[in-house]
Design a protein around this ligand. Structure first.
Ligand code: DAH
Length: 439
């Protein structure tokens, strides 16, 4: 992502599993034998002096907002995946990138840091910055943590999408759990130079060279330039596909332990420069250790919340965790490319009431007339009306509709009495004007 005080990273910032803490422990101060372990996703982990996960953080495990149907983060995930499918395909038209969006966020410290060459003393490893299950195991702080295992499995092009966990202050744009997409693309010399004439003499690697701002010691400048070009083009077109073709953007040089050279992409949106991703040419040492030494690679990582907040005008990162239908229903669209601008919902509680009635026989009836009527009677106190159920009586063949009406006021809590008065009035007026028979 792409937030962070220092950069670790420099500088950017399916089914519900069983997650439980052992007995009644407060994990920060465990003392008894019965409280020396924690169970997460049905797996037991010993706890030690590094353990610093809290119940609140544990409660977020398995929510998987990035794959929740109609969730804004899920819409953006789909748009990014679709972009990669369309942009990179093989001769048969099949996508080249494979997508991993359900890898467990529980990783080893080695995966999260060592495999990516993050120095032992790097500040991003501090207990004050990460959620440790114990000294060897943690909640991943970035989806980059899976790079080496996937490369070792033989993959050359992949996206990893998931929840990541970082200790941080909580404000409107920071929350200790957020979601990232990481990508890796590894190419052979043949692939890198396929569009270059007379490329036979062109090589990916050279010896006895030094690291410069432009490249790692082992890479030839030409291979890095071709990869850099593809990486930057891919990302600018991704940004254009999300934010529109007219965007203004700029590249900013950056440092990450796992890439060199490295950059951040910033786009100008709503009158500000917005850092949207970090990327670079992968450190060759990572490829060598993962059995891909004959290839060169690029990689990037981006934060989904940040993109979603800008695209949908979502003012607070906490809203992504909302289970309030006033929030969620605004994103209930099948096409992830639908343009949506979020409208603030009230901070006061919802009051939900159902109404069921038999439709009139002989007179026409439309749900829209009922929606109008409810708005007329309830005014601003009506937030949503949802057709919940349609039922046809097996014998009389009469049709019945059941609607859920969500009442809520923008400025105050509605009393039960007030809501029930409106609701009764809705029933009365519907019977009179729409000729329905309340059940
Ligand atoms: N993991 C970095 C972060 O969370 C982002 C990142 C930067 C990922 C460069 C990459 C990369 O794969 O190549 O801040």
């Amino acid at each position: 992502m792409i937030r962070q005080r220092y950069k670790m990273f420099v500088n950017i910032g399916h089914s519900s599993p069983k997650v439980l803490l052992c007995r009644t422990i407060s994990i920060a101060t465990q003392t008894t034998k019965s409280s020396n372990e924690v169970t997460l996703f049905n797996q037991r982990y010993p706890i030690d002096e590094w353990t610093n996960i809290s119940e609140n953080i544990i409660s977020k495990l398995g929510r998987n907002l990035h794959v929740a149907q109609y969730h804004p983060l899920s819409h953006i995930r789909k748009r990014i995946v679709n972009y990669f499918y369309a942009e990179f395909h093989n001769r048969n038209g099949n996508p080249v990138f494979s997508v991993y969006d359900n890898i467990s966020p529980i990783v080893t410290v080695a995966q999260n840091f060592d495999s990516l060459l993050v120095p032992k003393t790097h500040p991003s490893r501090q207990k004050s910055d990460c959620y440790y299950i114990n000294k060897d195991t943690m909640l991943r702080a970035h989806t980059t943590a899976h790079q080496t295992e996937l490369i070792s499995m033989g993959l050359n092009n992949f996206l990893v999408i998931g929840d990541v966990y970082r200790k941080d202050e909580i404000d409107s744009t920071h929350y200790p759990v957020f979601h990232q997409v990481d990508a890796v693309r590894l190419c052979t010399a043949e692939e890198v130079f396929q569009n270059v004439n007379n490329s036979d003499s062109l090589k990916l690697f050279e010896h006895r060279s030094l690291e410069t701002n432009e490249k790692q010691a082992c890479h030839t400048l030409e291979s890095v330039k071709v990869m850099e070009h593809e990486l930057k083009n891919t990302l600018i077109n991704l940004a254009k596909s999300l934010f529109g073709p007219e965007i203004k953007y700029r590249w900013v040089e950056q440092y990450f332990p796992f890439t060199h050279p490295s950059w951040e992409l910033e786009v100008y949106y709503n009158d500000k420069w917005l850092e949207i991703l970090g990327c670079g040419i992968m450190r060759q040492e990572i490829l060598e250790k993962s059995g891909a030494s004959e290839r060169i690679g690029w990689a990037f990582g981006l934060g989904l919340e940040r993109l979603a907040m800008y695209l949908y005008d979502i003012p607070n990162i906490k809203l992504f965790w909302s289970t309030d239908t006033g929030f969620l229903n605004q994103f209930k669209v099948d096409d992830p490319n639908t343009a949506i601008k979020y409208k603030q919902v009230s901070i006061y509680p919802q009051c939900i009431n159902d109404i069921s009635f038999w439709l009139p026989e002989g007179t026409p009836y439309s749900s829209n007339d009922f929606y109008d009527l409810v708005r007329e009677v309830g005014g601003d106190r009506v937030e949503q009306i949802i057709l919940k159920d349609v039922f046809r009586h097996p014998e009389t063949k009469k049709l019945s509709h059941c609607y859920t009406i969500v009442y809520r006021h923008m400025e105050r809590t509605l009393s039960k009495r007030e809501v029930s008065n409106i609701h009764e009035k809705v029933k009365k007026v519907a019977a009179e004007k729409l000729h329905v028979t309340i059940r």
